[in-house]
Ligand binder design. Sequence first.
Ligand code: HEC
Length: 301
Amino acid sequence: MLANDKSEAFVRNFAGQWLGLREVGANPPAPDLYPQYDRHLETSITEESRAFFAEILKHDLSVLNFVGSDSVVINERLARFYGIPDVRGAQFRRVPVPEGVHRGGIVTQASMLTITSNGTRTSPVKRGTWVLKNVLGIDPGLPVANAGDIAPKVPGIDKATVRQRLEIHRTLPQCARCHNKIDPLGFALENFNAAGEWRDQEGFGYKGRIERNDPKVNAASKLPDGTEINGVDDLRTVLRQREDLFLNCLASKMLTYALGRELGIADQPTVKAAVAHSKKNGYTLRSLIQFIVTSESFGSK
Ligand code: HEC
């Protein structure tokens, strides 16, 4: 199937576009705060996302692996960064995720985690927005003009975490309208710092180092429908449970990419049919791509 040139280029470029890989390095983690983040790590995190996509395609695996997977595709540099032992060498290969390491799936990849941070701190808002748009296919709405930065301080709290600084605006109903949908998804990822590295505490020491009494990360949150989640593992479970939203999102993004234009109402039957076709075929990435590149709309482009 994916034999012709048109299909091949499609596969190569789609992953980069969907996952925003061109944004990696545009606003990188500040070197004095995140000294582990260097050029080699940067190229590795981009390659990880591409290699993961390619692995799912090559082995005809289910697209639900994007949402949560028990393996990662990494090289030695990333293995060290993620705390996964016994991976040697520069080549990327599939490795099972050991017990206690919270990786596997796109929301745990350092590429996503850094492009949704702002260089010096995480942004649960940006991460939540990313998950809504790229996993669930939900438009969070445009940020309001002049919303300003997050509060620099919280009265009465000496070491106020990014999360605590953000909670303030959610007390205003005109902000909560959107931020109640966005922020809880991002809070679940707070165990990953702005460079995508795992942390249990938020650092307030010299150059952001973690000191003994620094606050513990709070990654518990409540989604608008009342579902309570605690951290990235629960987030991945919830996203998997919403597989129809994800499948629809992925199929829509693929069709948008294939057609090179925004989708309209008239394209919805194609999206639905692509999702149904993929479900009938083990949810594989190939079946989804195959449907889209052989669909009438793509063929007649
Ligand atoms: C229509 C939905 C919507 C409403 C209403 C809204 N926001 Fe936002 N806001 C967003 C989105 C989406 C983003 C993320 C944009 C991005 O990805 O950079 C955002 C980003 C932000 C950020 C930046 C967060 C960061 O980490 O830098 C702040 C601060 C913020 N909003 C505050 C507010 C405040 C205060 C209000 C109420 C006055 C408000 N917002 C109302 C959608 C909204």
